[in-house]
Design a protein around this ligand. Structure first.
Ligand SMILES: *Cc1c(COP(=O)(O)O)cnc(C)c1O
Length: 356
């Protein structure tokens, strides 16, 4: 048993004498035939190394994709057929919901992450997609309990683990059939790569996903895979600082007169804390809160020196995203604040000044 820092540095690595100590990109599209690789759309060493690493952290077999959406879209394509029903989170990542709605013949049932979940919610479904903590509301659902309901109804369960990361939550150990994730966020963590993956404990399912990736062509670049692998090595360090920053910011905003609806599952006062602390291994740096209006958010961002207005989250830089601008069904002044790895005191001082 090793700690998270050791795990992410060494995950999936099998270094022999004379090998580079860190992962390296192999950019080839064509390989001299007879070895493990033949063509860049089917496979390459940079993918394999990162898949071994993420798979070992997720506790399953990992298949990389060009983006989180490619991972989700390929999962739907492989697991569902016309006439099937898929359950999606009504408060989860908006494009997953939209994509499911655009698959011909697929019936989409949306349910709030916070539930309550009963057998009726998953009845007749082929696939249940959960997202916990949900993005951007940060509600949490009980993966093991919903998986039991879904399995009893003959449905498979996929959990979008983007916000939690493999260090924060282990859906496969909780019984889920698949993990889907955008590694664009905290896993790669440096706001310079778009990537996604699916992990599953089923070798048969992994083979089908891998085959669909080769045929469908939603392949990541080897350079992106390498960048993500480079980022993964510091995931433990980054999450630790991001969570410390989130805790400090949460404390500072708790009684702030301009702020309502403050959410961070890591806080003992948060409505999701009880279930989150049972289910999650550790917390992260994503916080949600509301200001009174769109203008109030714009003014906060304009006055801040450290908080960049940007979508995406989980990177080194603290960013604020007003989610209503992307069509999320949330109030105009709702902000998803992704705490970066700056110093807690600097971040809080900057945020409090920006909110004056
Ligand atoms: C960003 C995100 C996605 C989509 O991932 P991309 O890498 O942007 O395609 C899916 N789910 C969640 C929860 C996300 O935050």
């Amino acid at each position: 048993m090793t700690g998270d820092g050791t795990k992410v540095v060494h995950a999936g690595r099998d270094v022999a004498t004379g090998d580079p100590i860190a992962p390296q990109p192999v950019l080839a599209s064509a390989f001299h035939l007879g070895g493990a690789d033949f063509y860049g759309r089917a496979g390459n060493p940079a993918w394999r190394e990162l898949e071994a690493a993420i798979g070992s952290l997720d506790g399953g077999e990992c298949v990389l994709f060009a983006s989180g959406m490619a991972a989700i879209a390929t999962t739907l394509r492989v697991l569902t057929a016309p006439g099937d029903t898929v359950v999606v989170p009504s408060d989860g990542y908006y494009l997953a919901r939209r994509h499911a709605g655009e698959v011909p013949g697929l019936a989409v049932r949306s349910r709030p992450t916070a539930g309550p979940w009963t057998a009726a919610d998953v009845e007749g479904a082929r696939l249940v997609l959960l997202e916990t903590p949900s993005n951007p509301g940060l509600d949490v659902c009980d993966i093991a309990a919903i998986t039991a309901l879904a399995h009893a109804a003959g449905a498979l369960v996929a959990v979008d683990n983007t916000t939690a990361t493999p260090l924060g939550q282990q859906p496969l150990a909780l019984g889920a059939d698949l993990v889907v994730a955008s590694d664009t966020k905290a896993l790669a963590g440096h706001s310079d790569v778009v990537l996604g993956h699916v992990s599953t404990a089923s070798a048969e399912l992994a083979a089908r996903l891998r085959d669909e990736r080769t045929v469908g062509g939603a392949v990541p670049g080897p350079f992106e895979a390498w960048l993500a692998h480079r980022g993964l090595g510091t995931l433990d360090l980054r999450l630790a600082r991001q969570a410390a920053n989130a805790a400090t910011v949460h404390e500072a905003l708790r009684d702030h007169p301009a702020v309502t609806g403050l959410r961070w599952p890591g806080a003992s006062s948060d409505p999701a804390h009880e279930i989150a602390s049972r289910q999650m291994r550790r917390f992260n740096g994503v916080i949600t809160f509301e200001l009174v209006s769109e203008e109030a958010v714009a003014s906060m961002v304009a006055r801040s020196r450290l908080i960049a207005p940007a979508t995406s989250f989980g990177g080194l830089h603290t960013t604020a995203d007003r989610r209503a601008q992307w069509g999320d069904p949330v109030p105009d002044g709702l902000v998803r604040l992704s705490c970066g790895v700056e110093d807690p005191a600097d971040l809080v001082a900057d945020l409090l000044t920006a909110l004056t």
